[in-house]
Write a protein that binds this ligand. Sequence first.
Ligand SMILES: N[C@@H](CCC(=O)N[C@@H](CS)C(=O)NCC(=O)O)C(=O)O
Length: 202
Amino acid sequence: MLTVHHLQQSRSKRVLWLLEELAMPYQLEIHQRDPVTRLAPASLKAIHPLAKAPVIVDGQVTLCESGAVMEYLLDKSSSNDLRPAKDSANYYLFLEWLHFAEGSLALPVITNMLLSLETRGGKQAMDGYIAKEIALDFSYIEAHLNTHDYFAGEAFTAADIMMTIVLEFAERQALLATRPATQTYLAKVQQRPAYICAAKQG
Ligand SMILES: N[C@@H](CCC(=O)N[C@@H](CS)C(=O)NCC(=O)O)C(=O)O
C-alpha cells in the first residue's frame, strides 16, 4: 500500500487532501518537527536524502516534490475529476497553476514567513538556512548525476532543460565548485546543438 510520509504543518497536507478527494487508500507515517528548529527529524532523512515532506513510497517508487507526487497520484487514480483532460481548454491553465505554486509563489511567501519568525534557541530561522539548503540540494543533485546520465535517467528530457538553467545560475555563483559530476553534466548539455542554437537565438 502507498505510504505517505507526512510532516506536521507542512506541504504534505496537499498529498493527504488529494488522496482523500480521490478516495485512494494509503498508510500514514507522521514525522514530528524538531520543537526548537522546527525542521524535519532524522526519521525523514532515513526515508529520503532531502529530509523534506512530502515523500511517498509506493512499491519500488519513492517520490518527493509535492507537484510530482500530485501528478503521480492523479495518474494512478481511476477518477480524472481533478485534472482537466489534456485536450481541454483548461489543461494548460491547470498546469500553469500547478507549477506556479512551488515554482514562483512558495519562495517569496516562505522566505517572508521565515524572516518574520521569532528567534528560537537564540537563532533566527533564516540563520544558516540558505547555505544549508544549497548544500543539501547540490549534494543530492551531485549524487544523482554520479549515477545517471541525465535527470530522468539515461536519456535527455525536458527535465534537463528545466534544471540546466538553474544550474547555470548556480555556476555563476561558484556553487558548483565542489560538484564535479554536476559540472561535467552541465558542460555536456551545453554542447547540445539545440542548446547552442537557443543561446544564439536568445
Ligand atoms: N518543493 C518541495 C518543498 C518540500 C519542503 O520544503 N517541505 C518542508 C515542509 S512544508 C519540509 O519538509 N521542511 C522541513 C525541513 O526543511 O527540515 C515540495 O513541494 O515538496
